[in-house]
Every structure is written in structure tokens, then in C-alpha cells.
Design a protein around this ligand. Structure first.
Ligand code: MG
Length: 271
């Protein structure tokens, strides 16, 4: 099922998303406790009679499709991206956090901080956790811990990433984690989903999730050996080659097979 989260008369609701005549529509919705993703899916499946008028997805005021407690990210999970920044291909997964305060809705504007001189896009597939996951083994049925998939832009202040020696500030500015537009369990990253990023309409990244250095079960085993994952937590799975600096006014679109397009504009910070 495909779902989204959006504002309906000023209140956040979860929406069921379905394709009609080649376009995506919100065909049912329900106010659901943020923390209960299983209830969310069951409730939306059960919405037989739409309780709101169906609306085209692209006219809805979308929010990030879940409200995560944690945003975990993998660095350098594609060989060609590790190489383009002059880094070794890692022997073990390289894991970092982005703060919840960096979350941004689809269509919202990324603020470019004055204190950075190079702000890059990183288009990525995102995995959304469905239930508590701790000490998973590489041979665990990992799919039973995954609610579905969405898209993120892991916006990065590249100069500060180099300068600081660790990545909290470079990856963590407010607005540096756009996520959406939908959440879907109808795709399979192991079969190879195409990840593409366009800047002002021009193709800049083109990769496939079939080229991950570390597979999803390897990543989940590595992470949950240290950190318990909870429903709604996000895992950004790394970016393919092609990252580059942005300028104020740029519009970045990240597309993943059958997950739609996450579009955000960039603007200079005014504070
Ligand atoms: Mg990244």
C-alpha cells in the first residue's frame, strides 16, 4: 500500500494513495496515533468509504510521510560515490545521525546557512522501520521489520563536513532532511530501484540500489547490534555518484522507481 501524511484543514492525517488514470490520488484518510504504524496500515486498508473527498496527491499539503524518532544514515554505500570524494570503499558500514529538527516536508524550502560555502544534494532511498528491531542477524527476515520505502535528500554542508572531522553540523542544519512524498511497500530495493537526482531539470545523479556496498540486511544487523530501531525510524541508504554544490534558487528533484519525486527549492538563509 502507498500512504502519505498531509494537512487536512490544518490537522495532520495519514492518507491512502492510489493511482487513477495515471495520477496519484489521496482516496481515504484517517487520524491515527503517530507511534502506531501497524494501526496506520490497518486503518487505511479499512477505509472503504472515503471520509474525505479524494484529492490529487500533487495538490495536497504534504508532510514527511512518517514522524520518526531517529534518522539514521549510511555514508559511502555506493563505490562510485566513495571514489568521487577521494574516499576508500569502507570495510564496515559508516553510520551517522541527522537530527529530527532537520526534517523537511516535500515541496518546502531548504535554507542554505551563511556559514557554509558548499552545500550539496544527495538523493537517497529511505527505509522506514515498522516494528521494534534489536540485534537482528543478517539472516533475519528483515522485510518484516520494514514498513516501506520513501525518498530523502541528505543535504550536506560539504566544507563543514571536512572541517569538523565529524558530521553532526554538516548534515544536521535545520531543513537539511527533506523526506517524501509517499511511503510504499510495493517496491523491492534488492531488485534494483533507480535513484536519480535532477537540479533545475538537469540529470546529475543516476544510480541503482542494486549497487549498494552493504545490503539492507547487513546494514540492519550492523545498526541494531548497537541501536534499537523503533516504528517510524528512517534509514537513509546512501547516495550514488554525482554530488555537487547548489546555489540559492536551485530546485532539486530526487526520483526513485515507483516512489515518485521529492522536490525542494533552495534559498539563502535570511537570519
Ligand atoms: Mg548521504
Amino acid at each position: 500500500m502507498k500512504t502519505c501524511r498531509y494537512l487536512h484543514q490544518g490537522i495532520a492525517r495519514y492518507g491512502r494513495v492510489e493511482e487513477t488514470n495515471g495520477a496519484l490520488w489521496i482516496t481515504g484518510s484517517a487520524p491515527i496515533p503517530e507511534e502506531d504504524l501497524a494501526a496506520q496500515v490497518a486503518a487505511l486498508r479499512g477505509v472503504a468509504q472515503p471520509d474525505v473527498e479524494p484529492i490529487p496527491l500533487d495538490t495536497a499539503e504534504l508532510l514527511p510521510p512518517v514522524t520518526p524518532g531517529k534518522i539514521l544514515c549510511v555514508g559511502r554505500n555506493y563505490r562510485d560515490h566513495a571514489k568521487e570524494l577521494g574516499n576508500e570503499v569502507p570495510a564496515e558500514p559508516l553510520i551517522f545521525f541527522k537530527p529530527i529538527s532537520s526534517l523537511l516536508a516535500p515541496g518546502a524550502t531548504v535554507r542554505m546557512p551563511r556559514i557554509s560555502e558548499r552545500i550539496d544534494f544527495e538523493g537517497e532511498l529511505v527505509l522506514v522501520i515498522s516494528r521494534r528491531a534489536s540485534h537482528l542477524k543478517p539472516d533475519t527476515n528483515w522485510r518484516s521489520y520494514v514498513r516501506g520505502y520513501t525518498i530523502a535528500n541528505d543535504v550536506t554542508a560539504r566544507d563543514l563536513q571536512k572541517k569538523d572531522g565529524q558530521w553532526t553540523r554538516a548534515k544536521g542544519f535545520d531543513t537539511f532532511c527533506p523526506v517524501g512524498p509517499i511511503l510504499s511497500d510495493e517496491v523491492d530495493p534488492e531488485k534494483g530501484l533507480t535513484v536519480e537526482t535532477r537540479v533545475n531539470g538537469e540529470l546529475r545523479q543516476h544510480g541503482s540500489t542494486a549497487d549498494f556496498i552493504f545490503s539492507i540486511p547487513q546494514l540492519l544487523a550492523y545498526i541494531t547490534a548497537a541501536i534499537t530501531l523503533e516504528p517510524g525510524d528512517l534509514l537513509l541508504t546512501g547516495t550514488p555518484a554525482g554530488v555537487a554544490p547548489l546555489a540559492p534558487g536551485d530546485r532539486v528533484e530526487v526520483s526513485v522507481t515507483d516512489l515518485g519525486t521529492l522536490a525542494n527549492s533552495f534559498a539563502a538563509e535570511t537570519v
